[in-house]
Write a protein that binds this ligand. Structure first.
Ligand code: ATP
Ligand code: MN
Length: 277
């Protein structure tokens, strides 16, 4: 893959002295694993043109940008109705070259705007919740999904929590899709009321995990597998095998270990294949 890196020595993560070159090279190495999750799916990106301690912005609309992206309109024909998506590994690297740090994906592809195919459960622990309790919650969610005959995949958020992804082959409207995810969250709360809350209000979260199902609505996004986070530490949202949940903390994998994490990629391979069909 040929690409150019302008300002390669620009510091992106000041504390770790990670440069723009490091970020672009990270994405060039991971692009092939990442692409199946991004390809033909509307995305939003977080750009930090002066590094993560400078001003960062969430870019949802292409506006005047046209290179290395494809675009589509949804619900109107103004700038704010236009969204974008990528189709090639080079497009991912080009985003990094343009200052993108984080990639966020929708639950549907562009050719199926009202038919989401990745359900996300975002496990957000209360600040003081012990990590073992968070892990216990994630395992309990998996076992309920198993009982429902739904295969689930785990990734770190690169921040405080884990994300559990459930691929859907059947065509479901967003309305039914998000209602189902809400019911799963409510079910978890009623099975384990001391462990989970499905209520977004902070006050209900004390010593619990907020099981956020609201990413399963149209236009909502989740950080993409393998995306870096624009936070101190250069952490990565990394797919991990369920059997490794006790070994890998939500903020464990960073830009350096992420590149080496070949052993954890295999688990997500099936999912990426499923999504490419
Ligand atoms: P953590 O484990 O720390 O909770 P996370 O990825 O689950 O990490 P956030 O980084 O807080 O949580 O992201 C919250 C959600 O909001 C993500 O789904 C993201 O796609 C979305 N998001 C982030 N920034 C914006 C923004 N500026 N505008 C709209 N949506 C955003
Ligand atoms: Mn979260």
């Amino acid at each position: 893959m040929n690409f150019e890196i302008t300002n390669p020595d620009k510091i992106i993560y000041p504390k770790e002295k990670i440069t723009k070159k490091d970020v672009v090279l990270y994405y060039s190495r991971l692009a092939k694993y990442m692409l199946p999750f991004l390809k033909d799916r509307p995305i939003s990106v977080i750009r930090c043109l002066s590094g993560i301690n400078g001003e960062c912005f969430f870019k949802k609309h292409p506006k005047t940008e046209r290179k290395h992206i494809k675009t589509f309109f949804m619900g109107g024909d103004t700038e704010n109705d236009e969204y974008f998506y990528l189709t090639k590994e080079e497009d991912i690297v080009f985003q990094a070259q343009m200052g993108t740090i984080e990639f966020h994906i929708w639950a549907n592809k562009v050719n199926k705007l009202n038919s989401p195919d990745i359900m996300t459960f975002d496990l957000d622990p209360d600040e003081k919740l012990p990590l073992e309790t968070l892990r216990d919650g994630a395992k309990k969610l998996k076992s309920v999904l198993d009982e429902l005959k739904l295969k689930s995949y785990l990734k770190t958020s690169g921040g405080k929590g884990y994300h559990v992804l459930v691929p859907f082959k059947k065509s479901l409207s967003y309305q039914k899709f998000s209602e189902f995810s809400r019911r799963v969250a409510e079910l978890m709360e009623s099975l384990y009321p001391n462990l989970f809350t499905s209520n977004i209000r902070k006050a209900t979260r004390k010593n619990k995990i907020f099981l956020d199902w609201q990413r399963n609505t149209k236009g909502a996004t989740c950080v993409a597998p393998y995306s870096l986070r624009a936070r101190s530490g250069a952490k990565v949202s990394m797919p991990i095998a369920w059997k490794n949940i006790d070994k890998i903390a939500p903020n464990e994998i960073d830009i350096f270990s992420g590149v080496k994490g070949k052993n954890v990629w295999q688990d997500f391979f099936n999912l990426s294949q499923e999504l490419s069909n």
